[in-house]
Design a protein around this ligand. Structure first.
Ligand SMILES: *Cc1c(COP(=O)(O)O)cnc(C)c1O
Length: 422
């Protein structure tokens, strides 16, 4: 390439410089930028683009967990359960409901893993429908594996039929598809609000209404939406929801999940895993299972306290920052990533497997290229750029609004371009 050519308008070098200037501007104008310094590792050169699989820890979490070990666990020992820990699943659940889910108190509890919570909710929903003519569960082939597998297992246990929606893999389930799939034989519909691969943001209120019009109940998986998009469970009249706390809520590896059950279902419902912690008066240890009143009846075994302590730090930050501002930043981050994709990766044959319409997009983008393999991502990791690989040919670039900077996005996209020889 001649020197003369490099000086003309649209050369790669010039675009690089413009994006660098823009990333710096976006970071300096970002009203949430100061939150980044609260996270461990954000002062290193690493570009972390996988907070949607495992969020970064807060610096505060190291202190909170250390203090818990010394003062609470070490100091209070078994007394801690009565003094505070037994109430944490509901107390943190209420905070999560308020800060993240749009849920009034008494409907959210922290427990188990998402897989187990979904099992409990789907079985409870089926029991609530309790109509032999409704023998179908509607779900989609693009949902996260655990969601599909466990519904397949429940269908086998209960003799149900599965009705599969086939969404656009680069998009997601639409209201029209739900209207077509759900009908007089539908008992339960299980969907993800944000698709784990494409980041498609489903129209939760309209789909919930469509499911109800069909006389069925809906279970929403919020793993990729909790902490990234605004969610109004009560306003939409959602029946049930579950989600992870180790993704955008930074609860740490294996931190417990959350379950939401709309209060209109709480009086009558039973979940299928009867454990002592969900029993009325657990420490009575009496014969026979009688569920605790309200959302507590959705607990089964001993609560996982460490993960709740870790997620509380993030919930405090979210309440301060507000989900509205977090969603705004998320859209700026993904919008910037899409612009860089168009300029740098599309010319090298990459395809955007994420909706371009910001209203239909969660907080990551997925880039497909026939040359992307696990080894591509391993190479990126070796160079301190950490996205993740999604088969068959996708690199998923996750953007956590409280901890990701625009500079980090640019650094990551430049490394991906370099892997493609650009
Ligand atoms: C991450 C994720 C899960 C994980 O479930 P676990 O029980 O925590 O392993 C489930 N569903 C979706 C949609 C996810 O993105």
């Amino acid at each position: 390439m001649s020197t003369h050519r490099e000086e003309t308008e649209n050369t790669p070098a010039r675009a690089d410089g413009e994006f660098r200037v823009r990333a710096t501007e976006l970071d300096s104008q970002d009203p949430l930028a100061h939150y980044r310094q609260h996270f461990i590792g954000t002062d290193t050169p690493l570009s972390y683009l996988d907070g949607n699989s495992l969020g970064r820890p807060l610096k505060r979490t190291a202190e909170d967990v250390a203090a818990f070990i010394t003062d609470q666990w070490g100091g209070r020992l078994i007394r801690g359960w009565d003094e505070q820990w037994l109430e944490m699943p509901q107390a943190i659940g209420d905070q999560l409901g308020r800060a993240v889910l749009g849920a009034a108190p008494g409907q959210t509890v922290i427990a188990d893993s998402t897989t187990v919570v979904l099992y409990k909710l789907i079985r409870a929903a089926l029991a609530a429908v309790n109509d032999a003519h409704r023998d179908e569960v509607v779900l989609d082939i693009e949902n996260f594996p655990t969601d599909r597998y466990l519904v397949e297992g429940i269908a086998r246990e209960e003799g149900l039929t599965l009705r599969w929606i086939q969404p656009d893999p680069a998009g997601g389930v639409t209201v029209e598809q739900v209207r077509q799939a759900a009908g007089p034989r539908t008992a339960v519909v299980l969907l993800s609000q944000v698709a784990y691969r494409s980041a498609h943001l489903a129209d939760l209120p309209a789909i919930t209404a469509a499911v109800h019009d069909a006389g069925a109940l809906v279970v929403w998986d919020l793993c990729h939406s909790a902490g990234s998009v605004e969610i109004g469970l009560d306003d939409a009249g959602v029946d049930f929801a579950a989600g992870c706390t180790y993704k955008y809520l930074n609860g740490g590896p294996g931190s417990p999940a959350f379950a939401y059950v709309n209060s209109r279902h709480l009086g009558s419902l039973r979940q299928p895993i009867w454990g002592w912690m969900g029993r009325k008066d657990a420490f009575e240890m009496a014969a026979g299972y009688e569920p605790a009143a309200g959302i507590r009846g959705f607990l089964s075994g001993t609560p996982a306290i460490f993960g709740m302590i870790a997620m509380q730090g993030t919930l405090d930050l979210i309440e301060e920052a507000t989900m509205a501002a977090i969603r705004e930043k998320s859209l700026r981050l993904t919008g910037f990533a899409v612009d860089v994709f168009d300029a740098w990766l599309a010319p090298l044959g990459a395809k955007l497997a994420t909706p371009r319409d910001p209203a239909l997009r969660g907080s990551h983008i997925t880039v497909d290229h026939p040359d992307f393999t696990k080894a591509t991502v391993a190479g990126l990791w070796d160079g301190d750029v950490i996205p993740d690989f999604r088969a068959p040919h996708g690199i998923r670039v996750g953007l956590s609004p409280l901890s990701t900077s625009f500079g980090e996005v640019l650094q990551g996209m430049a490394a991906i371009r370099a892997r493609l020889g650009g």
